[in-house]
Design a protein around this ligand. Structure first.
Ligand SMILES: Nc1ncnc2c1ncn2[C@@H]1O[C@H](COP(=O)(O)OP(=O)(O)O)[C@@H](O)[C@H]1O
Ligand SMILES: [Mg+2]
Length: 309
């Protein structure tokens, strides 16, 4: 449904998006996961036809976004990261305005607006000025605008940014419901749990590049299916390096006072041997825990940093 090939955007020396390629299948819920500045908004702006790439191509169904912008755009609904709402207008008026821009007929708009407001839980507040809405309500109206012309593909750029957890769950439920109707969804987030809970497949993005694509299970295999051992204590990264350099382990993360690792092969060498070894080197362990691989550990392994809310 969406095919992206070698897409790039440069701002001077900065490669905001650096040769990304991927496909989103029809009916798929596909997530872009990455920290602020990773290149998510730049990517989605190019895919939606708002921003011209330096190189690469985007195809939506059978249309090239730059050769057939009109047809391609008609298939897509964009829900931008920055709210595109008129505060002094009501929810209904905002939808009428945007629907008109998309060329939806008046009679169709009347019907769609009612259904969409119902769906995003704003039917009871349709005639109030948006300036009176809470952050969560504004996000829901922003989402509604992206649905007004009944697009087959919906692009959502951080649809839950800046709202409380309850309002966030509310939005996630709506997205899930839209996906169940067989529409194709591409959404971006910097919340790990959000991507983990919602997506069929995830592209992990950092510094303008896609580092890995897969389902949560596929991605987990990147760090192997072995337990992750986390050790906290009073030690330096250099001490740990020296102590464990000859052991059959792989570091996932190593910093002063914190190390995360896998044991590569268990025959003979296990947690007991690890602890013995650390003790021999007079390294004080304050806490040791085991954990199954998660998206967080994959992210850490691929980017070398943690992704925190
Ligand atoms: N118009 C622009 N001019 C210069 N640099 C930009 C512009 N837009 C984005 N950038 C830079 O490109 C990088 C990616 O930004 P963006 O796509 O907004 O990331 P994200 O949405 O993942 O937070 C950032 O380093 C950002 O500062
Ligand atoms: Mg962004």
């Amino acid at each position: 449904m969406i095919t992206v090939e070698n897409l790039s955007k440069r701002y001077g020396e900065l490669r905001a998006v650096d040769r990304i390629s991927f496909e989103v299948q029809k009916g798929e819920l596909f997530g872009f996961l990455g920290p602020n500045g990773a290149g998510k908004t730049t990517s989605i702006s190019m895919i939606s036809g708002l921003l011209k790439p330096n190189e690469g191509a985007v195809r939506v169904a059978e249309y090239d976004v730059w050769e057939n912008p009109k047809q391609a755009k008609q298939l897509m609904g964009l829900v931008p990261q920055d709210l595109a709402l008129y505060e002094e207008f009501s929810a209904m008026e905002n939808l009428l305005f945007w629907g008109g821009l998309y060329g939806v007929s008046r009679s169709k708009l009347k019907k769609n607006i009612h259904e969409i407001l119902e769906r995003v839980g704003l039917a009871g507040r349709a005639k109030e000025p948006v300036s009176r809405f809470s952050g969560g309500m504004k996000r829901r109206l922003n989402l509604a605008i992206g649905l007004i012309h009944e697009p087959k593909i919906i692009l959502l750029d951080e649809p839950t940014v800046g709202i409380d957890p309850q309002a966030r769950n509310n939005i996630l439920d709506i997205i899930r419901e839209i996906a169940r109707e067989g529409r194709t969804i591409l959404f971006t987030t910097h919340h790990l749990e959000e991507a983990e809970k919602l997506c069929d497949r995830i592209a992990i993005m950092d510094h303008g590049r896609i580092l890995q694509i897969g389902s949560v299970n596929e991605l987990a295999r990147v760090v192997g299916d072995k337990d992750i051992i986390t050790i906290r204590g009073r030690f330096s990264a250099a001490q740990i390096n020296e102590c464990l350099s000859e052991c059959p382990i792989a570091f996932i993360n190593l910093e002063d006072n914190l190390v995360k690792l896998n044991i590569k092969e268990e025959n003979g060498f296990g947690i007991a041997s690890l602890v013995t070894r650390l003790t021999q080197y007079k390294i004080t362990i304050e806490d040791l825990s085991l954990q199954k691989p998660t998206l967080e550990s994959v992210f850490l392994k691929l980017t070398g940093r943690e992704l925190r809310d």
